[in-house]
Design a protein around this ligand. Structure first.
Ligand code: URA
Length: 234
């Protein structure tokens, strides 16, 4: 293993032992509680579905569909490779992201970079986006109507990129993305589907900074994601 990867694994608090076999992929059983959260408006969804990248970015910048825009500094569109095979989806910009206009640039972002590097991915090779493009005040979770208002943009990003795998980080991202109320513990360790794209769920890096003892489980999730990616692209 190269030293950079070893350092990233160290950031994750992982001691690497020799691998004896591939992780088992549990069967997909979608008996989750389906969320009754608001769904995106049809007209806005249809309009976004026609947009190219510049149009989409301009539409996000101009959006006032929910109350979040009034309270944030700027929109945070997303960043990365438009042809990414991996897409990472978080919940929404925090203070640093609001300041810089880029997702995952604070401390959680640094850990996310290490998590990606631990599985051999450079930040710039993936695409990183959030459920909502504007910072919720006081870092609160996005409200269901705010997530729904922003959903056409996220769906269009996914459609334009056509990633081979989506990694949803954190409960809020996973529940909104998959429109479920199932707890994170039930969402991890399984392959979900969104528009035919496999979705794997793991902990939010900000949570891992607060609870480093769960980094080991996050590492298992990342290995599971790599294995899923390998199976789907074989
Ligand atoms: N947390 C998120 O979910 N997204 C960001 O962009 C930053 C922190």
């Amino acid at each position: 293993m190269d030293t950079q990867r070893a350092a990233c694994l160290h950031d994750l608090g992982i001691t690497v032992w020799e691998r004896r076999g591939l992780p088992q992929i549990p069967a997909v059983t979608d008996a989750d509680s389906v969320s009754d959260a608001p769904v995106a408006d049809d007209a806005r969804t249809a309009a976004a579905a026609q947009m190219d990248w510049p149009q989409l970015e301009a539409a996000v910048k101009a959006c006032t569909a929910c109350r979040l825009r009034a309270g944030c500094t700027q929109t945070v569109f997303g960043v990365g490779n438009h042809r990414a095979e991996w897409m990472v989806i978080g919940e929404g910009p925090g203070a640093e992201e609001d300041r810089q206009g880029e997702p995952f640039v604070g401390r959680a972002g640094q850990l996310l970079n290490s998590m990606l590097a631990a599985i051999g991915l450079k930040r710039e090779t993936v695409f990183i986006a959030n459920i909502v493009k504007c910072r919720p005040p006081d870092n609160r979770n996005p409200a269901p109507d705010e997530a729904a208002a922003c959903r056409p943009f996220l769906d269009r990003q996914i459609a334009l990129i056509q990633p081979k795998l989506i990694l949803a980080v954190g409960r809020v991202a996973a529940q909104n993305l998959l429109q479920t109320t199932a707890p994170l513990g039930q969402l991890r360790g399984r392959v979900h589907e969104l528009h035919g794209i496999p979705v794997v769920v793991t902990y939010h890096p900000a949570y891992l900074l607060r609870t480093p003892t769960d980094k080991r489980k996050a590492w298992a999730d990342l290995q599971f994601a790599v294995h899923t990616f390998g199976e789907r692209t074989a």
